[in-house]
Design a protein around this ligand. Structure first.
Ligand SMILES: C[S@@+](CC[C@H](N)C(=O)[O-])C[C@H]1O[C@@H](n2cnc3c(N)ncnc32)[C@H](O)[C@@H]1O
Length: 217
């Protein structure tokens, strides 16, 4: 761990988890994974979920949170986990992998406190994921790619709008407190958007600090 303190804790994915890195454009950006890492440390969650692990780039934040002492159960759900995910999760008894569609997993999953949604971006799928999570009183959700569709470079490209739809729905609700990072950063694609929403005011206050800390100068 480098010399950083909460809400600005960091680790090197490049040094610790090189097998999770790819240039296929599917992984979240380093800055957004560090925001996720700090969010996981901001509250004593009991059960957390990642939908969409791919090679495990964002999954590293859950593992590092466990290494920092978090005792939550981690559930990973993907229809096609890459081998690197199995490798980095090996030996962690509190991590479970669910190789199936998110809605099939969520249909029988019980209460989850925190969910990162970065699997299917199709509106109907994201909507269904949120419906199931809501039925079990989800308190905090983190959505990736909430701005991708609206970027000028994607103007005439087809893009699924699930994350944007859910973001708009949460922002329109008085029950959810929201914060987003979509700043452009050199060498990253953080303008794609990372959006956090919670129903808990104390989590929101901490999340706000985290997002502010990672704001570019
Ligand atoms: C954008 S990638 C996730 C990237 C990952 N969060 C990271 O930062 O490296 C999306 C992943 O979601 C998975 N996926 C797509 N549709 C899904 C669904 N309906 N249920 C579960 N996983 C799904 C894909 O197999 C893929 O691995």
């Amino acid at each position: 761990m480098e010399d950083f303190m909460f809400p600005n804790l960091r680790y090197s994915i490049k040094k610790k988890y090189p097998s999770t890195i790819s240039d296929d454009g599917w992984g979240m950006d380093n800055t957004h994974v560090m925001i996720l890492f700090n969010l996981l440390l901001a509250y004593p969650y009991k059960k957390v979920l990642e939908v969409g692990s791919h090679r495990g780039f964002s999954t590293t934040a859950f593992i590092e949170a466990i290494n920092m002492g978090c005792t939550f159960e981690v559930h990973l759900c993907d229809t096609n986990f890459e081998k690197s995910v199995y490798d980095i999760c090996e030996g962690y008894k509190q991590i479970s992998l669910h190789n199936m569609r998110s809605v099939d997993y969520l249909a029988t999953a019980e209460h989850i406190d925190f969910a990162l949604l970065d699997g299917s971006h199709i509106a109907e799928d994201v909507e269904n994921e949120f419906e199931y999570l809501s039925m079990n009183d989800i308190q905090s959700v983190l959505l990736h790619d909430t701005c991708t569709q609206t970027l000028p470079q994607n103007k005439d490209k087809p893009w699924f709008d699930g994350p944007l739809f859910l973001k708009n729905k949460l922002m329109a609700s008085p029950n959810w407190l929201c914060v987003e990072d979509a700043f452009p950063r050199k060498g990253e694609l953080t303008e794609r958007g990372l959006f956090f929403a919670t129903q808990n005011i104390s989590i929101y206050n901490k999340a706000n600090k985290i997002f502010k800390t990672f704001k570019p100068d």
